[in-house]
Design a protein around this ligand. Structure first.
Ligand code: TXA
Ligand code: MG
Length: 316
């Protein structure tokens, strides 16, 4: 059931979460599928609803910094700096876990991923529930992430207790994930906070994106539309059976459907529009989606990472 996220439905959603139910809710990055993070039986329902393999660990969402010590054992100085600068916001930190976090949440790892979302509905829900909430993106495993409540409804409607509709997500790509153990810092996923901004604060960090040992669950086939997707370099000819994802300019050729990510060439706007544009192109009946390359700076890295994964899925 999909409900406008007002105070009454948020209170109902919080009660559902506390009782072990599943609630989809908006965050500034993408919609999440939440369950009580310290209740292993509730968390199992997330994996069932998404058809997600158990080796793929979840991110735990908190409302207040005083919840962090319940989940994480050690908060290195670099983590403190990042928390101060970017929380609440689209940054997830992977830290050594406490025994309180069930193994199902972390896929048996000795670390836990934590984030404090900025979206007012997510914040109100987490504050009202007053529990840490495990929440992956609210899509079926391997499919496109949802940036609108309707995307969640299309993939999961019969499998969740409630979908809170808080409108379109502002950031539009998932959070940046950084692992911080002692002095070491490694980037596990490009996302809503650009690498440049992280490095400005804590210096050069290792890039472990795509490294399955460091970052389990980051399979090459994530974020895929059903329609095959190919990244193109330069101009291509008209193709009435193909859909076209452009960065800023209308393509010269003619295509079945065209989406422009940002006519101003703004990478933030492009990231915010990415998944909704892919959802639309995926449902227009095209035989293939051609996607232009995006400049790989700032949020462009997160966008290209999602496009490469979408292209990979369709080529294997
Ligand atoms: O923006 C986001 O982060 C969204 C919203 C809902 O918060 N959530 C999200 O969750 O993208 P999900 O499940 O789609 O991605 C979580 C990923 C896992 O696939 C895994 O790669 C990484 O986070 N992760 C979680 N725990 C980890 C750990 N202990 N060590 C390494 N990577 C971990
Ligand atoms: Mg996901």
């Amino acid at each position: 059931m999909i409900k406008n996220a007002d105070a009454t439905t948020i209170a109902r959603a919080a009660a559902l979460l506390k009782a072990g139910g599943l609630v989809a809710f908006p965050t500034e990055t993408v919609y999440g599928l939440g369950a009580h993070a310290l209740d292993a039986e509730a968390v199992v329902k997330i994996f069932e609803a998404k058809e997600r393999p158990f080796f793929d660990p979840l991110i735990v969402h908190i409302a207040e910094i005083n919840e962090l010590p319940i989940l994480a054992q050690a908060i290195p100085p670099k983590a403190e700096k990042l928390i101060e600068a970017f929380w609440p916001g689209p940054l997830t930190l992977v830290l050594p876990k406490t025994p309180k976090v069930p193994d199902i949440v972390t896929a048996g790892l000795d670390t836990v991923a934590v984030r404090m979302p900025a979206h007012p509905v997510a914040r109100a829900l987490l504050a009202e529930a007053a529990i840490p909430v495990a929440a992956p993106s609210a899509n079926r495993f391997g499919m496109l992430s949802p940036t609108r409540a309707e995307h969640v409804k299309a993939q999961l409607s019969d499998r969740v207790d409630l979908i809170l509709d808080g409108g379109p997500c502002e950031v539009g790509v998932e959070s940046t994930i950084i692992k911080l153990i002692g002095e070491d810092a490694a980037m596990l996923r490009f996302g809503g906070i650009p690498l440049e901004e992280i490095e400005q604060l804590i210096g050069k960090i290792a890039i472990a994106v795509g490294n399955v040992v460091e970052s389990p669950g980051q399979l090459p086939s994530h974020y895929a539309p059903r329609t095959p997707l190919a990244i193109i370099h330069g101009e291509i000819e008209s193709d009435p059976e193909a859909a076209y994802l452009a960065f800023r300019d209308i393509p010269k050729g003619r295509f079945r459907e065209v989406e422009i990510l940002s006519s101003a060439g703004d990478l933030r706007e492009a990231a915010a529009n990415l998944f909704a544009a892919l959802h639309r192109l995926d449902s227009c009946g095209a035989r293939i989606i051609f996607a232009e390359e995006i400049p790989e700076l700032g949020l462009g890295r997160a966008i290209m990472d999602r496009l490469r994964k979408a292209a990979k899925k369709n080529s294997c």
